[in-house]
Write a protein that binds this ligand. Structure first.
Ligand SMILES: Cc1cc2nc3c(=O)[nH]c(=O)nc-3n(C[C@H](O)[C@H](O)[C@H](O)COP(=O)(O)OP(=O)(O)OC[C@H]3O[C@@H](n4cnc5c(N)ncnc54)[C@H](O)[C@@H]3O)c2cc1C
Length: 596
């Protein structure tokens, strides 16, 4: 986060100094936003940066325990510099009172040196600590920070978008957008979507490879070799839709990186007008919030499911799955709690919906589906038109109509809650409907993943390179395998969330039953390609760090080798035996002898 912040929030002059220093690891930076008392509600952060015109410095303070920075990675023992998010306090121009009064200018970014670059000793007024053991991620020293009247030069305010003059006057840099500072957050969320695909694919690779070599149970004949556990439909149902999700998230990751690049280009290169930049920012922000929330939720749950699919051995650290799961779990919380993010996405969708319903401008790509989904009468239903269930446009249309219908239902609910005699305030009504908000965001994001998945398939059919490694022109057989994954992902979620489709009148109970049957057929069709699809992710054994997911399938030898490496086994009898157990036995022996 520190380097992306320097690149997106600092002026060219600042970057010329800080970026090479950070890249050469002379400056070891961290991103210090969250406080002990506040994470999600950034507006309530308490750390202050008070401008002192006498010395041309900011005075950094964490005035209460609640204000101590809490969680930043590497802050504990490693970082020597922090990008600190603090409230900027400027002396009131008219203030002649003593002590002077200050105007709170809101949240700004400051580069704060924490340690001496040569001795690594903490600087005066700075206290940092590691915050202690976590579920996983033990290699990271997440830390806390106290700042007590720490002075930094005025030049250390991140100045790409805002400036403070020598006289303490604040201004926005001409031509920049008020939401420009959010760009780093969007970059990180886009990377998290990409990361979700990668980490889920690692877990799938481990669990599917293991399931192909692990044998438990006989078939009817009760003779011959036992069955591969991957041949049980239940194991397929737990694993193969996750493999499909990892591929869907891959295509989604590509799409969000493109959207982000477009937004950055408009924002940072100043090629578009304020209104256009604002619209792009809003769209990218809403898309990334919803996708980050959905992809990390599915990936985190999915990695844990992969672990369970490996039975007892999945509980061993050497399976690689506990670490993978523990390390990934944080993605549901960092860079915006997943539940909070649904509110940001739905806030945008509602605004767009109301604007459009009241005759507003053309909808952007995220909301384009409102137009066709609202016109349900003309939508071709799933299984109609002679194409059977495997009909990409019909699947997309169905998911878009579900997303639209849940959004419209929410809009009507909000309207009824804020009108009439017993009406609630806007904020009260919003709090009341937060459960619906989670589902609307999920419906929208699920449709978005499918949309990007389908676009990725189309791109492959058109002969484009989607791998990013210059391998254009996938063959038809491979595309067919990926198409099965698309339908498996769609129908799996459709059957799991069938209640919505039934309640909204989008599917009949008979159709839901057909879809469920199709999932079973697809599982059987994907099964023969499952291991090859995992191999296609190209994870090597070093990256997987798993005794169960080895490329050669020799999990038994790997488990034994791991047990042999266990330090507890290096000495026999175990170290301490003579000091602890042996004396007890001796006493009992003496007592025994005494009795004799
Ligand atoms: C491993 C890890 C690494 C991290 N690294 C960094 C870092 O480098 N730098 C940094 O600054 N921070 C970092 N963080 C902190 C992280 O960004 C915050 O934990 C996150 O933003 C959530 O804030 P919180 O912990 O205060 O949770 P809270 O905001 O207290 O949320 C707690 C619960 O309340 C719910 N909730 C809160 N507000 C609302 C609302 N308005 N409506 C509905 N529900 C609500 C949430 O959904 C959640 O379930 C890290 C955290 C972790 C776990």
């Amino acid at each position: 986060m520190f380097l992306p912040c320097l690149l997106s929030l600092c002026s060219e002059e600042q970057q010329a100094y800080w970026v090479p220093a950070a890249r050469s690891k002379k400056v070891l930076g961290c991103y210090a936003q969250t406080e002990l008392g506040h994470g999600s509600n950034i507006q309530a952060l308490q750390t202050t940066a008070t401008f002192d015109p006498a010395t041309d410095e900011f005075i950094m303070d964490t005035p209460t325990t609640q204000a101590y920075k809490w969680w930043p990675g590497t802050l504990g023992r490693t970082a020597n510099t922090a990008m600190v998010i603090a409230r900027l306090l400027l002396p009131q121009e008219s203030s002649s009172s003593s002590p002077p009064s200050y105007k709170d200018m809101g949240i700004h970014n400051f580069i704060v040196p924490l340690r001496d670059l040569h001795t690594h000793a903490l600087l005066p007024g700075v206290v940092t600590r590691d915050i202690g053991p976590k579920i996983a991620f033990a290699g990271m020293d997440n830390g806390c920070l106290e700042l007590h009247a720490v002075r930094i030069p005025r030049a250390n305010l991140a100045q790409r978008f805002v400036r403070v003059t020598r006289q303490g006057v604040w201004s926005r840099v001409e031509g920049t957008h008020s939401k420009a500072a959010y760009v780093t957050m969007m970059q990180v969320r886009a990377i998290i979507v990409v990361h979700s695909a990668r980490e889920l694919s690692k877990a799938c690779t481990i669990a599917i490879r293991y399931s192909a070599v692990r044998r438990q149970g006989f078939d009817d004949s009760k003779t011959g070799s036992e069955l591969q556990i991957l041949d049980y439909a239940s194991q397929q149902y737990r694993l193969l839709p996750l493999l499909a999700a990892s591929v869907g998230f891959f295509f989604c990751g590509r799409a969000v990186l493109t959207l982000l690049a477009e937004t950055e280009d408009a924002l940072l290169k100043g090629r578009k007008g304020q209104a256009e930049v604002g619209a792009l920012m809003g769209r990218a922000h809403a898309a990334l919030a919803g996708l980050k929330s959905l992809c990390t939720t599915i990936a985190a749950d999915g990695i844990e499911e992969c672990r369970k699919c490996c039975g007892g051995h999945g509980y061993l650290a050497c399976s690689g799955l506990p670490e993978l799961s523990g390390n990934f779990l944080q993605q549901c919380t960092v860079e915006g709690d997943n539940v909070l993010l649904t509110q940001q996405t739905v806030g945008y969708l509602l605004k767009s919906y109301i604007k459009w319903r009241t005759g507003g401008p053309v909808l952007d790509e995220e909301c384009q589906y409102f137009v066709t989904a609202a016109d349900g009468a003309h939508a071709e239903g799933l299984g109609e038109g002679g194409k059977g269930l495997r009909d990409e446009p019909a699947v997309l249309s169905l998911f878009s109509r579900r997303a639209f219908a849940t959004l419209e239902r929410l809009a009507l609910r909000l309207q009824s809650l804020t009108e009439g005699e017993a009406s609630l305030s806007q904020a009260g009504a919003w709090r009341r409907v937060l459960v619906d908000v989670m589902f609307v965001s999920r419906s929208h994001a699920l449709y978005t993943v499918l949309r990007h998945f389908a676009a990725g398939l189309q791109s492959l059919r058109d002969g484009n390179d989607v791998s990013g490694v210059g391998k254009a022109g996938a063959d038809a057989a491979f595309i067919q395998v990926l198409e099965r994954l698309f339908f498996l992902f769609a129908f799996y979620h459709l059957s799991k969330e069938a209640g919505d489709f039934l309640e909204l009148g989008l599917l009949s109970p008979e159709m839901v039953a057909r879809v469920r049957g199709e999932v079973e057929i697809l599982l059987g069709e994907v099964r023969p390609d499952a291991v090859a699809l995992c191999d296609g992710w190209d994870w090597d054994d070093f990256e997987l760090k798993s005794a169960l997911g080895r490329w050669d399938g020799r999990y038994a030898e790997a488990l034994l080798a791991s047990a042999k490496r266990e330090p507890l086994n290096h000495q026999d009898p175990v170290d301490g035996w003579d000091r602890t157990w042996q004396p007890q036995w001796k006493v009992e022996e003496q007592m025994e002898r005494a009795r004799l």
